[in-house]
Design a binder for this molecule. Structure first.
Ligand code: PAF
Length: 300
């Protein structure tokens, strides 16, 4: 597994073999089982490049850019056994140059939720993802469904800018007690870790209410909010339509139940994606393309 610092290093590896699609799994390192599951998913389709880059532009002032965990050796030791073909680990100077003048701004999907709480965050994400796509030139990119709004904002960029890259959202990986895996969980002490369970608990309460027949968005959001009392600060508990993230009073079709809260030093997010119909409520995926891909691995 070669560690590449530049696009030229990657090109030299000639990873596009036998007509199979090249897959990119973008990460900021601090890898956990959730990332490893994205790598496994990507390997179903073709050779995999994992990018590891802590992107300064997506952190706001006072956020954890400086303290974000960085341990390249550990990350490499976790992904090497999975058969990753290459790691792209550029430095900030390569990604942003002397000035880094071009910024990609999100469309309507970047409004509200994390876009409201973290101004500039999605512009930073889109700008770096566009750069990673340009450097690696993947056919497929795999993102974690846990960052649901991120997935949908990136999907809008790919469509609007005609990037021609297939996006796949990998399922959220959870601890046995339901806590969604996150690089930021390591900031939690045992008591905070226990309190952090209120996020998945809130989502379960929202889904239960839908299952019981409630279709008013405000009622479902209120049920979720009611379960977040153990958090130090609730940032949002909302229900939005998928994929455009519109706010609807009456829920039907695919919806995103989303929460964000601060617990101790960590800002945590979690979500459930469900399909709401007259006959019931079922788990759903975020990006339509996934079903297509699953049906025909190896094809683009
Ligand atoms: O999800 C992440 O880890 C980051 O937001 C991403 C997509 C790698 C961009 O920096």
């Amino acid at each position: 597994m070669k560690v590449c610092r530049t696009p030229a290093d990657l090109d030299a590896l000639s990873l596009r073999r036998e007509g199979r699609p090249l897959v990119l799994v973008p990460t900021m390192g601090a890898l956990h089982q959730g990332h490893l599951s994205l790598v496994d998913l990507g390997r179903e389709f073709g050779p995999v490049v994992v990018s590891i880059f802590v992107n300064p532009k997506q952190f706001g002032e006072g956020e954890d850019f400086e303290s974000y965990p960085r341990d390249l050796e550990r990350d490499l030791s976790l992904i090497e056994p999975l058969g990753v073909d290459a790691v792209f680990a550029p430095d900030v100077a390569l990604m942003y140059g002397a000035r880094g003048e071009v910024t990609v701004l999100p469309g309507n999907r970047g409004q509200g939720l994390c876009g409201g709480d973290r101004p500039g965050h999605f512009a930073g994400v889109l700008t770096v993802v566009a750069k990673l796509f340009g450097a690696v030139r993947p056919d497929i990119a795999v993102f974690g469904r846990k960052d649901a709004q991120q997935c949908l904002v990136i999907a809008q960029m790919v469509e609007d800018l005609k990037m021609g890259i297939r996006l796949i959202d990998g399922p959220t990986v959870r601890e046995p007690d339901g806590l969604a895996m996150s690089s930021r969980n390591r900031y939690l002490d045992p008591a905070e870790r226990e309190r952090a369970l209120c996020l998945s608990g809130a989502l379960a309460a929202g889904r239960d209410l839908l299952v019981s027949g409630e279709r008013q968005s405000a009622e479902v959001a209120a049920a979720m909010l009611g379960k977040l009392a153990a958090a130090d600060q609730v940032e949002y508990a909302e229900v939005r339509r998928v994929p455009d993230l519109a706010v609807e009073e009456q829920l039907s079709g695919r919806v995103l139940l989303a929460v964000a809260a601060r617990v101790g030093p960590a800002r945590l997010i979690d979500n459930f994606v469900v399909d709401v119909s007259e006959t019931g409520v079922t788990d759903a995926v975020l990006l339509d393309e996934i079903a297509e891909h699953r049906g025909s691995p190896g094809m683009v």
